[in-house]
Design a protein around this ligand. Structure first.
Ligand SMILES: NC(=O)c1ccc[n+]([C@@H]2O[C@H](COP(=O)([O-])OP(=O)(O)OC[C@H]3O[C@@H](n4cnc5c(N)ncnc54)[C@H](OP(=O)(O)O)[C@@H]3O)[C@@H](O)[C@H]2O)c1
Length: 346
């Protein structure tokens, strides 16, 4: 039995990690891929979140964690509100940089593995079509846009529009974050990678059951919008890959079990726009009479640079035997809706 401390345990991912870590459903989902008997070993899970636990409060955070003598510290704390963080760089730095610094120190002191989650937004790409740009890009000359990513000057061609069919970014692609959110998430990766033992797991987008504490997610936002209105807008010029929180958990568990270390991309090899996700949801839900209309990111209205393409691929993950294969988002979304119905019915 391992002791696992989950930080940020009330968000979409953190809540699922705590609730389902020892759930037989998760082990059955993993085992079904290998034709094996589900693992019945249970771990001891410790759940830490605001207001009782603040990952940014250095000494208190380190001491609290070390009292549990964890084998693994999983950091699911964060804020994903990209526009909101753009005007609050200090908040973003405190949470995404100082928080992991504290966890890295706790991991060093306890000899624990540190698991840090990150995102596809670390790869900034401008809009798909020339001339369709978000508000911030519109205000910029090409020279300004280039200087904004000047830290990545040698990579400046990466700021060019990308085709929706382009291959996903793998672990060797050099990141070029543009938003405050993405820059601080990249820094969280760097900090975590200085822990003696670490996993950094990037994924494009996340869905799962929202909690009252989570910053929301694409699927729950769409389901809420279907509930409220007949016509629902969804972004059509951004290509993403949504992963179910349960699949992130399955992948995390097998990576830990296999002793894998370092940076990995989690991907099911399928991609789509939020509009595609909305249309797919309609075919699977009771709201088939709803109408989805595609809007551009500019029409939707954003104030921070949002990457138009956060699709990931993984050469490293595929090389390791025994790791959970993340399913395509269409399969995961179907499973999520069934699972949600079963939970509501029971
Ligand atoms: N959501 C996505 O689409 C997505 C995509 C790619 C990667 N990721 C990554 O996945 C991870 C989890 O994302 P998520 O969507 O589950 O986030 P989330 O729903 O917003 O949850 C974040 C959790 O962190 C907690 N938290 C915030 N500040 C804290 C602090 N100072 N100390 C302790 N806990 C704190 C929040 O608690 P309060 O609510 O009480 O503040 C909340 O429970 C993040 O690293 C994120 O960058 C997410």
């Amino acid at each position: 039995m391992k002791k696992i401390v989950v930080v940020g345990s009330q968000g979409t991912l953190g809540h699922e990690l705590v609730r389902s870590w020892n759930d037989s459903f998760v082990e059955e989902r993993i085992a079904s891929q290998f034709g094996e008997t589900p693992n019945s070993e249970k771990d001891h899970i410790v759940s830490l979140n605001l207001p009782d636990f603040d990952v940014c409060a250095r000494l208190a955070a380190i001491e609290t964690i070390c009292e549990f003598h964890p084998d693994v510290i999983v950091n699911a704390a964060g804020v994903n509100l990209i526009d909101w963080l753009e005007s609050r760089p200090n908040t973003a730095r405190t949470l995404h940089e100082q928080g992991p610094v504290n966890l890295r120190e706790a991991a060093k002191r306890c000899g624990a593995l540190l698991v840090q989650y990150s995102c596809g937004e670390v790869f900034y790409r401008s809009r798909l079509e020339q001339g369709v740009v978000d508000k911030r890009e519109r205000a910029e000359t090409p020279e300004n846009a280039r200087s904004r990513v000047r830290a990545f000057d040698d990579q400046s061609r990466l700021d060019l529009p990308v085709s929706p069919d382009a291959p996903g970014f793998d672990e060797t692609t050099v990141p070029n974050p543009a938003s405050v959110y993405a820059k601080t998430k990249l820094e969280s990766e760097r900090v975590a990678s200085e822990a003696p033992d670490y996993l950094v797991l990037r994924f494009s987008a996340l869905f799962g059951e929202s909690t009252q504490f989570s910053s929301g997610n694409l699927v729950e936002s769409l389901l809420n919008a279907f509930r409220r209105s007949k016509r629902v807008s969804a972004i059509s010029d951004r290509v993403v890959e949504p992963l179910w929180a349960i699949d992130v958990l399955c992948a995390t568990k097998t990576l830990i079990r296999r002793g894998a270390r370092g940076l990995f991309h989690l991907t099911g090899g399928s991609r789509g726009t939020p509009e595609d996700v909305a249309r797919f949801l309609l075919t699977k839900s009771e709201w088939s009479d709803r109408v989805v209309s595609g809007v551009t990111t500019a029409e939707y209205g954003v104030s921070a640079p949002h990457s138009s393409f956060t699709v990931l691929s993984s050469s490293r993950y595929e090389e390791i035997d025994g790791l959970y294969r993340v399913p395509a988002w269409q399969t995961a979304l179907t499973d999520f809706l069934d699972w949600r119905r079963r939970k509501t019915a029971s």
